[in-house]
Design a binder for this molecule. Structure first.
Ligand SMILES: [Zn+2]
Length: 166
């Protein structure tokens, strides 16, 4: 299938979208986050399928706008965004390389998603992204955004965000 005067394909649209970063984590793209699920293209529309990382996450509205304006800028016909909630996004959709990027950005990478099903947040050992100490403590369930918790390291004394798994 093609779209527009310029011949776009599903994969060329995905290439375009790969420059869009998560508004909350500017070092990681929506593709690396596993938010970008796919593209449906036809002669008269281009539908981008994304899965929210966190229900009610305000970043999703920003991501939607970023996608639409980027596609409009590239003359893609009638761009749309479709939110798909199933299968639900989990932190397992991030690759190890993506989790490493998060760590370098100063955000503790999430544990396996299944941990939240049976563990209380206070039982989770979160590793400090700066000094790798496991001697950390939860300061607040909500960090800079609802998707993250706020922790402090007892060794290097630095506060940091922990990207919640869910
Ligand atoms: Zn530390």
């Amino acid at each position: 299938m093609v779209n527009s005067k310029i011949k776009y394909t599903e994969s060329s649209i995905i290439d375009l979208l790969s420059e869009i970063c998560d508004p909350e984590i500017p070092v990681v793209t929506i593709q690396e986050m596993g938010i970008l699920r796919g593209v449906n293209i036809s002669e008269d529309f281009c539908e981008v399928i994304i899965t929210p990382t966190y229900s009610g996450c305000p970043a999703m509205g920003i991501i939607e706008q970023d996608i639409i304006s980027l596609l409009q800028k590239h003359d893609v016909q009638n761009p749309k965004v479709k939110l798909v909630y199933s299968p639900a996004w989990t932190t397992d959709m991030m690759s190890d390389a993506t989790k490493e990027k998060l760590r370098n950005f100063g955000i503790a990478a999430p544990l396996h998603s299944s941990c939240m099903n049976w563990m209380k947040p206070s039982d989770i050992t979160v590793t400090c992204p700066r000094c790798a100490s496991k001697n950390t403590r939860l300061i607040s369930q909500f960090g800079s955004t609802a998707c993250k918790s706020f922790y402090s390291c007892n060794d290097c004394k630095e506060p940091f965000d922990y990207f919640k798994c869910h």
